[in-house]
Design a protein. Sequence first.
Length: 246
Amino acid sequence: MSGPPTADDVRAALATHADPADAQHLQRFFKTGPGEYGEGDVFLGVRVPATRKVAKQFATLPLEQIDQLLDSPVHEERLAALLILNMRFAAASKPRIRDDEARARMVEFYLAAVRRGRVNNWDLVDASAEHVIGPWLLDKDRALLFELAQRDSLWERRVALLSTFTFIKAGDPSTTLELAAVLLDDRRDLIQKALGWMLREVGKRVDRTALTSFLDTHAPAMGRTALSYATEHLPADDRAAYRARR
């Protein structure tokens, strides 16, 4: 390959891994039918490990080329774009060469893609939010996440929740717990699952008491799915007690 990599190079590399049978399965799995959350999404049938392999081959792809991939109707092309963005953000975050101007540009770039509906399925959010927004906010004010949580957009709200996975892994559950309280009444399945998942991780990775204190207050108002996920790693008797409070 001569010259800088392009979006077309990434597309061509992904196409070599395409499988029509897998594409049909993924169309169903990611709910692409009329009225479903992934309506209209197009799949090539590329498995995630293969998409990651392709992304690594194009880790220096310029932002404008990443943007072209994000505007693609093809799901795997958008996923590859986000995986490449993750790598670029991680490279700019290395302590000895940290480039906060470049990091800020990538955060704005990512948020713009979210706002225009290009990070628009749960796997796309889950593969990117904790690798871009989370690290950016780790040592900053986190008001942005509460702004996202106030939007009606399913994907912006999920970005807010999944970004806090970075904080959980750093031993700080505070923002996760605050956001969970804000989003408690959102009964959409993909918010319920994300909310319960992040709460579960608080108890699993940081502090079970922090989780149970949250549940002591909020369990009666929680949706069944969120509560089920949140209590998954608790002892059976505790799980049953919290679920009985609904």
